[in-house]
Design a protein around this ligand. Structure first.
Ligand SMILES: [Zn+2]
Length: 378
C-alpha cells in the first residue's frame, strides 16, 4: 500500500524536474521563451493572465508582448543560475505612475525595449498595450521621487505614446486602456500619479503633458460624478486644463498661452472678482462680455457665466483670440487683454501701467520656462 501511494508522488516530482529542465533549457536557447515562462509564473503565483481584465466599464484592449531586452537578459540569467525568479514583486502594486514618451510608437518602443529605461506598459494611440516589463516585476521609469510610495518598486509604470508638446492629443483609446489597467489592479484614484508630480527635484519632469485628460481617465476608471463633485469644492488645474484645451482649439489660440493668462488673471478661482468688477477665471468685464458673441454667434448669459468655469474659459479664449487677431501673437495682445485694446492703441506699445507691464512680463517668463521644461526627455 505504502509503495503504491508513493508512485504518483515520485512521478509528479519527475515531471516537475522535467518541466523545470524544459523551462531552463528553452530559456537557454531562446530569450523570447521567457515570455511564456512569465505567463506561467504569473498563473502560478495567482496573478491572472495579462490578457484578462475587468469587463464592466472598459473593453479589453489588444495586448502585445514587447519585453525590454535588458530585463529579458537579466531574467534569463536568473532562471539559468537559480531556477527561480527572485526579482518578482510579492504582488502587483496598486499604484500607477503616468508618463509620455515624447515620440511616436516606433521610437518609443525602441527606446523602451533597448535602453536601461523601461516601464511596465506602453500604450499606443490606438489603445494597444505593449508589455515592456510584466507588472509583477519592477520597471525602471520613475527615477528620483520625493515620496517613496511612488518609486519604481511601488508603482506600475505606464507610458503613453505622445509627443508631449501639450498639443498632441492623448486619444480616447489610450485613456480607456489606462483605465483598464487601473481597474485590473484595483488602483484607487488617489494612487494614480503623474511623473511630473512625483519627480524630485520639482520640475525635473513634466510628463504627462498639460493636455493630459485626467478628467476622462477618472470618467472611465472611476465614477465621474463623484470626481466632478470633489472638483467643484476645490480649484483644480487638472480639471480646467481639459476645458482650456477645448476652448483654445475652438478659438484658435495657444492652450499654453491661455493657461498662463488664466493663471495670472484669477489663479484659477472661478469666483474671482476684481475691484473694477472683472469676473471669473479670465477676469472679463461684464461690459465687455455684453458685447461679445461665442463661436456659434450667441450672446453670453452673464448670470450663467458667473458660476460656469466652462463659459468663463470660453469667453477668455474668445477675447484673447480677438486681441491676437488685432495685435498678433505678441506682448501687445496680452497687454490688450489686460488693459483693453484702447490703451494699447493709445500708447502704440504696452501701456506703461505697472500692473500690465508685470502681467505681460510674468506670462512671457512662464511660457519660456514651460517651453524649456517641455524639451526634457521623459
Ligand atoms: Zn516620465
Amino acid at each position: 500500500m505504502k509503495n503504491i501511494r508513493n508512485i504518483p508522488e515520485k512521478l509528479l516530482k519527475c515531471l516537475l524536474v522535467a518541466l523545470v529542465l524544459c523551462i531552463w533549457f528553452s530559456a537557454m536557447i531562446d530569450a523570447s521563451v521567457v515570455i511564456d515562462v512569465l505567463k506561467e509564473v504569473g498563473d502560478r503565483v495567482g496573478i491572472t493572465d495579462i490578457a484578462q481584465g475587468p469587463e464592466e466599464k472598459v473593453r479589453e484592449p489588444r495586448i502585445v508582448m514587447a519585453v525590454n531586452k535588458r530585463f529579458q537578459q537579466k531574467l534569463n540569467v536568473e532562471i539559468r543560475q537559480t531556477g527561480n525568479l527572485n526579482a518578482m514583486r510579492r504582488k502587483v502594486p496598486d499604484r500607477m505612475m503616468l508618463h509620455h514618451t515624447a515620440g511616436d510608437l516606433k521610437s518609443s518602443q525602441k527606446w523602451l525595449t533597448e535602453s536601461k529605461i523601461s516601464c511596465n506598459y506602453l500604450i499606443d494611440k490606438d489603445g494597444t498595450i505593449y508589455v515592456i516589463v510584466p507588472p509583477w516585476y519592477k520597471a525602471n521609469h520613475a527615477g528620483d521621487v520625493s515620496n517613496s510610495r511612488f518609486n519604481n518598486t511601488s508603482t506600475i509604470g505606464v507610458e503613453f505614446v505622445n509627443l508631449g508638446n501639450g498639443y498632441d492629443p492623448y486619444t480616447d483609446e489610450q485613456i480607456k486602456s489606462a483605465a483598464w489597467i487601473a481597474q485590473k489592479y484595483d488602483v484607487p484614484r488617489g494612487n494614480v500619479i503623474s511623473h511630473r508630480r512625483a519627480a524630485r527635484p520639482k520640475g525635473r519632469k513634466v510628463d504627462p503633458a498639460r493636455n493630459f485628460p485626467w478628467y476622462r481617465l477618472w470618467a472611465y476608471a472611476y465614477d465621474i460624478d463623484t470626481y466632478l463633485l470633489e472638483l467643484k469644492t476645490k480649484t483644480d488645474n487638472e480639471y480646467y486644463s481639459e476645458i482650456v484645451n477645448r476652448k483654445a482649439v475652438r478659438y484658435g489660440v495657444s492652450p499654453a498661452l491661455l493657461e498662463q493668462l488664466v493663471s495670472k488673471e484669477s489663479s484659477w478661482n472661478y469666483k474671482a472678482r476684481s475691484r473694477s468688477g472683472a469676473l471669473g477665471l479670465g477676469q472679463v468685464m461684464p461690459s465687455t462680455l455684453a458685447n461679445m458673441k461665442d463661436a456659434n454667434g450667441n450672446k453670453y448669459d452673464l448670470s450663467a457665466y458667473k458660476d460656469s468655469p466652462d463659459i468663463q474659459l470660453d469667453a477668455a479664449a474668445n477675447y484673447l483670440s480677438e486681441q491676437v487677431e488685432t495685435f498678433g501673437y505678441s506682448s501687445l495682445a496680452l497687454a490688450a487683454y489686460n488693459a483693453g485694446p484702447g490703451a494699447v492703441v493709445k500708447y502704440g506699445k504696452v501701456p506703461p501701467y505697472k500692473e500690465t507691464l508685470q502681467y505681460v512680463h510674468k506670462i512671457k517668463i512662464a511660457l519660456q520656462e514651460s517651453a524649456e521644461e517641455m524639451s526634457n526627455k521623459d
